[in-house]
Design a protein around this ligand. Structure first.
Ligand SMILES: *Cc1c(COP(=O)(O)O)cnc(C)c1O
Length: 430
């Protein structure tokens, strides 16, 4: 069947009139790849179908949560069974303790964890907690790392290496922005300079230990260890935002892979099994400062929602099966290396960063190790690649600066199919 998007076009026209940009989150509008979005009808395993009837191998997985694939029968059953008992009570259920237990077992740096409803909420709450327990105001984040859209974190670097943050968006208060210092990923010397100047006022460093929101960028050997040491030296907290990497680069996240114990960890995406969940946790003496055991306020009407807890718990149980992560990594490597050998054959410069069940292939001749090097990628070429793949039945994240996500549902045939399409598309656009 040839690609069609008549119904998606109609649906988008309707949505645009009453929802800003026609979407409830900006990336869905596909603007950076120069086309309109397709509207999805359903998903099953590694595939999604749009409302025009096109089928795609899906590498977005709802932007990371669906590591067991779409509509996994066990996850669907857990949600259905839980829903029959009611969808929420605003009172505790045992499901919350059960999911907390599973999370703590996988992340030994955490003694306690609090559930929230999104990754944004998790990082925002972790920052408030860090400021509250240290009595300091300043935060360090890295350019290119994304931590949700709360004001303190919607900040980019100003000009020069050592600058206070400037808002990425109108509406972010400059007072809040000026409390956020922007550093460069993998640049430890720059970070030392920041601490030499402001260390006594820095409440926390927040980072994606493996960056996934400027495309996948790995920490250089020793970088995370040095960051851990520096924060200890200055009495600042180290916050790992593992909303994307948690249960994805390994079951225990990047902190297990790189053997670092952060003071606080933020989770989301996979722990909700496709439903809205976030979480933040850490050392007991820090976490006990949160209300009602402590004075630092944080709350949520739907936090710990039973449907979300059930979906998350079931997803984690599926992931605990022996061999899961070896298999995910094998498939990811096959696809990543396959893409790289095709681009080599075609003389298209690319740089691939791959870990666990995520990778990015950057159209650049440089080593990608930070925001600046990622930005050298040929985004026009990526846009053509995206559109070609879409029309040939492969749904990639619609930006050069996103990760490809594999799931347990992807088959070897899916990967072979994807590489075949990639070869045809890349041949036609190079
Ligand atoms: C997705 C993401 C967030 C934000 O999570 P939302 O659920 O979209 O609010 C925060 N941090 C990282 C690293 C993410 O990938």
């Amino acid at each position: 069947m040839t690609f069609q998007d008549k119904l998606s076009k109609q649906a988008f026209a309707k949505a645009k009139n009453i929802i800003p940009g026609g979407v409830n989150s900006p990336v869905r509008a596909l603007r950076s790849v120069g086309r309109d979005p397709i509207f999805i009808d359903r998903g099953k395993g590694s595939h999604i179908w749009d409302i025009d009837g096109n089928r795609y191998v899906d590498y977005v997985g709802s932007w990371g949560p669906l590591i067991t694939g779409h509509a996994h029968p066990e996850v669907v059953e857990a949600i259905q069974k839980t829903a029959e008992k009611g969808t929420g009570f605003g009172a505790p259920t045992e499901l919350e303790t059960e999911l907390a237990q599973e999370v703590l077992q996988a992340y030994p740096a955490m003694d306690m964890v609090r559930m929230v409803n999104s990754g944004t909420e998790a990082t925002m709450s972790a920052l408030r907690l860090a400021r509250g327990v240290t009595g300091r105001e300043k935060i360090v984040k890295f350019e290119g790392c994304y931590h949700g859209h709360s004001d303190s974190l919607l900040i980019k670097a100003g000009s020069g290496a050592l600058t206070l943050g400037i808002p990425t968006s109108p509406g972010v208060s400059t007072a809040i922005a000026s409390a956020t210092i922007v550093a460069q990923f993998n640049d430890f010397t720059g970070l030392e300079d920041i601490f030499a100047r402001d260390g006594q006022d820095i409440a926390a460093i927040i980072l994606e230990p493996v960056a996934g929101n400027m495309g996948v960028v790995l920490p250089e050997p020793g970088f995370l260890q040095k960051v851990r040491e520096l924060t200890k030296q200055y009495g600042s907290l180290l916050i790992f935002d593992e909303v994307m990497t948690g249960f994805r680069v390994s079951y225990g996240g990047a902190q297990a892979k790189y053997e670092i114990k952060p003071d606080l960890t933020c989770l989301g995406k996979i722990i909700g099994g496709g439903l809205p969940v976030g979480a933040y946790g850490g050392k007991r003496e820090i976490m006990e400062q949160i209300a009602p055991s402590g004075p630092i306020y944080q709350a949520g009407t739907l936090s710990g929602n039973p449907l979300a807890m059930a979906a998350g718990l079931t997803t984690l149980k599926i992931l605990q099966k022996p061999g899961t992560y070896e298999d995910l990594e094998r498939k990811t490597t096959t696809l990543a290396q396959g893409l790289q050998s095709i681009t080599r054959e075609l003389n298209l410069p690319t740089w691939v960063n791959s870990i666990g069940a995520m990778f990015s292939a950057f159209f650049t001749d440089q080593q990608v190790k930070d925001f600046h090097s990622a930005s050298t990628s040929d985004v026009e070429l990526f846009a053509k690649f995206f559109r070609g793949m879409l029309e040939r039945g492969v749904y990639l994240a619609p930006s050069q600066f996103e990760s490809v996500f594999l799931s347990t549902a992807h088959s070897n045939d899916d990967i072979v199919f994807t590489l075949e399409q990639a070869r045809l598309v890349l041949k036609s656009i190079r």
